[in-house]
Design a binder for this molecule. Structure first.
Ligand code: E4P
Length: 223
């Protein structure tokens, strides 16, 4: 399977930029990201549906089983690409089991341990989102957690996709790719850094300067 990149943002402008660059396959949002753009979330979501043809995670705000189910079913009816993001709590896991049987796609979020990831897989979640950056923030080793989740899923052939989340650096993207995450969700400011290396910029300048200095005509003339 090819590794997928999602963009961790609710900002249609940023999402369109990276969709047009051809490097993203889907989108993850959360209630905090939704408030950051400063426009009604419904408007943002409708714009995102029109830009991205790929999985789009939208998070429930409810915390009890009945309301999580109601909210998740309504969210899933908004668009065929909706993946319902559900927090890693007992009522959430209970709801995911039902939603899986209804073929509603789910993303179990706020996962910080292999045990939590195991529960998400057992109830048939489509994605599990281990939060790497937030775990590192409290002095733990998030890469070990990710590797253990991948090892457990491989051991039992669980179908749940491992979606590495809470990403803080380009190096972390490299590390989760080496570890074998199915998906990584990346904030726009980190996506930007993936392109960058000082030797790339320096190299382009030198190639162009050398050619111009030679006075030779270009192979192709662009009018
Ligand atoms: C995942 O789906 C979350 O939206 C996100 O990765 C959280 O990251 P943060 O810890 O940078 O808020």
């Amino acid at each position: 399977m090819i590794m997928k990149f999602f963009i961790d943002s609710a900002d249609p402008e940023q999402i369109k930029k990276y969709w047009d660059l051809g490097i993203i396959d889907g989108v993850t949002t959360n209630p905090t990201l939704a408030t950051k753009v400063g426009r009604p979330f419904r408007d943002l979501v409708l714009e995102i549906f029109a830009i991205v043809d790929g999985p789009i995670s939208l998070e429930v705000l409810s915390k009890d089983y009945e309301n999580i189910l109601k909210e998740a079913r309504s969210l899933s009816l908004l668009h065929k690409n909706v993946v319902v993001k559900i927090p890693m709590i007992p009522d959430g896991i209970r709801a995911v089991k039902i939603l899986s049987s209804e073929n509603i796609k789910t993303n179990v979020t706020l996962v910080f341990s292999p045990a939590q990831a195991l529960l998400a897989a057992k109830v048939g979640a489509t994605y599990v989102s281990p939060f790497l950056g937030r775990l590192d923030d409290i002095g733990e080793n998030s890469l070990n957690m990710l590797k253990e989740i991948i090892a457990i899923y491989d051991r039992y052939n669980f179908a749940t996709n491992v979606l590495a989340a809470s990403i803080r650096s380009a190096r972390q993207v490299e590390e989760v790719a080496i570890a074998g995450a199915d998906v990584v969700t990346i904030p726009p400011e980190i996506l930007e850094t993936l392109y960058k290396h000082p030797l790339t910029d320096k190299g382009i300048e030198k190639f162009l300067a050398d050619y111009q200095q030679s006075g030779m005509d270009p192979l192709i003339k662009i009018s």
